[in-house]
Design a binder for this molecule. Structure first.
Ligand code: BG6
Length: 481
């Protein structure tokens, strides 16, 4: 079907997103405590060229300049995260007023230009003091400490901020932290703990949602999930079963908790047989159900789709293949879970230099699936292209990024025409920023930042071609693509 260019719904929130550790820098300023990432990046060879977020792109000091550029772009919403350790340097106990003030200033600066702030409470940086005190997410105590941190922000900023996100990509930070040893705390194949940690995160999310509804009754709250919708390799029933195995293990395991407050049956059953189900407290189920009933939207971070194929129990590929963090195409290994599924490449689709599949239709598919399964409004809280960019005479001709974004916005418009209730679309990212494992060479921004892996560059901002393109998209409310 040929689709006509459509205008997006009135008040659609065209946005951009960032995360504290990836942009702020100022890692020891104004009373901020250290975080897990401040420590992890100091372990040799954990990140590309041992890059850190110590300075990042200096958003902490340049937020006024950055938000002025956002206003020039015509942005309707700016999604950013709060660094917990700026608010509670020890993770709990005494509040650091300077930390709160920084975020209130950021919010006020957005509001000054009519930009709706969208706040993520947790984008992967936990106060290191809580890791030291009791192992962070591994201990049940974290649930109440997170809830106290969330309440503190709801009380301080709830009158000014309408949109809140409890967690960014719970599936990614727990998988990379406890299964792949690629993020802190750097544990490998710690399966039992992985599911326990996830249960703690689920309870922290649920308690924050319930507190939010009391403190900010007219606000909107959701969680942002890294959703890779999947396609069966072909119509061989073995591959179709591999697809539903993948979906339940990798997507619905989390999204069902947010939206329904319960774990999906197949995965629970599978884990139970392996002795991997998490320990729960008596009223956990009630709390999860109550929070799910109050969820306002599903946040989706969409980068790529995935293919699922039968993976034999013996002789199949395992879950821990090599990752491409250098931008050398074709260096990612196929992964899978023996007996359940494996994820081969999709021969119909192109990939980025980091082997991420480029599939705009997957975004439409993702929105349709979330709409049918959960009947919730959707915030696309991240979507973007990581690429090598070249600065020449103060210009960056990133036509490849424009092509990528255009296709994805078009797919989003198709999803709206299909009947999905999509309230926001946030490009990842506004400025270039630190890509956790890939340094500063993998750029996502609409605004180029002059910095390399070592510290010391000018940090000057340059508008890319994609900045001017997105400006037209926003001013035409999606008609001009
Ligand atoms: C998401 C994260 O996983 O994808 C972001 O929420 C991240 O923090 C983005 O930067 C892109 O990933 P990467 O690994 O290319 O930086």
């Amino acid at each position: 079907m040929i689709m006509e260019m459509i205008e997006m719904p009135k008040n659609f929130l065209w946005g951009c997103a960032s995360a504290a550790y990836q942009v702020e820098g100022a890692y020891q300023e104004d009373g901020k405590g250290l975080t897990n990432w401040d420590q992890f990046v100091r372990i040799k060879d954990k990140t590309f060229k041992d890059t850190t977020g110590d300075v990042a792109v200096d958003h902490y000091h340049r937020y006024k300049e950055d938000i002025a550029l956002m206003a020039e772009l015509g942005l309707k919403t700016y999604r950013f995260s709060v660094s917990w350790a700026r608010i509670f340097p020890e993770g709990r106990g005494a509040v650091n007023e300077k930390g709160l003030q920084f975020y209130e200033n950021l919010v006020d600066e957005c509001l000054k230009y009519g930009i709706e702030p969208m706040v993520t409470l947790y984008h992967w940086d936990i106060p290191a003091a809580l890791d030291t005190a009791y192992g962070g997410w591994e201990d049940r105590q974290i649930v109440d400490d997170y809830a106290a941190y969330a309440k503190c922000l709801f009380k301080r900023l709830g009158r000014k901020v309408k949109y809140w996100i409890t967690f960014n990509e719970q599936n990614i930070f727990t998988t990379f932290g406890w299964l792949l040893a690629a993020h802190p705390p750097g544990k490998f194949d710690a399966q039992k703990m992985f599911y326990q940690v996830n249960h703690h995160v689920n309870m922290a999310h649920a308690k924050a949602v319930l507190a939010f509804k009391q403190i900010v009754p007219d606000g909107k709250i959701g969680a942002s999930f890294a959703f890779s919708p999947s396609y069966a390799f072909d119509c061989d029933p073995k591959n179709v079963i591999a697809k539903i195995n993948f979906d339940e293990m990798n997507s619905f395991w989390w999204m069902d908790i947010y939206a329904y407050g319960r774990y999906p049956a197949f995965t629970w059953n599978y884990l139970d047989k392996k002795g991997l189900v998490p320990e729960m407290e008596a009223d956990d189920k009630t709390i999860l159900l109550a929070a799910a009933a109050k969820l306002d939207f599903m946040g989706i971070n969409y980068y790529q789709s995935i293919v699922c194929e039968y993976n034999p129990l013996h002789g199949g590929v395992d879950p821990y293949g090599t990752m491409n963090t250098a931008g050398k195409k074709g260096t990612t290994e196929i992964k899978g879970v023996p007996g359940l599924y494996k994820n081969p490449p999709n021969p119909y689709l192109m990939t980025t230099d980091w082997d991420w599949t480029i599939d705009a239709s997957g975004l439409r598919y993702a929105c349709r699936e979330v709409t049918s399964r959960y009947h919730l409004p959707i915030v696309i809280s991240e979507n973007g292209l990581g690429a090598f960019d070249i600065l020449e005479d103060g210009k960056i001709h990133d036509g490849y990024r424009i092509d990528y974004l255009r296709e994805h916005v078009l797919a989003l418009e198709e999803a709206v025409q299909d009947g999905c209730d999509i309230i926001s679309y946030c490009v990842w990212s506004f400025t270039d920023l630190l890509s956790w494992l890939n340094g500063y060479q993998k750029r996502y921004g609409l605004v180029y930042v002059d910095r390399e892996e070592p510290e010391g560059s000018s940090m000057n901002r340059y508008k890319k071609d994609s900045f001017y393109w997105y400006k037209k998209v926003i001013s035409s409310n999606g008609k001009h693509l």
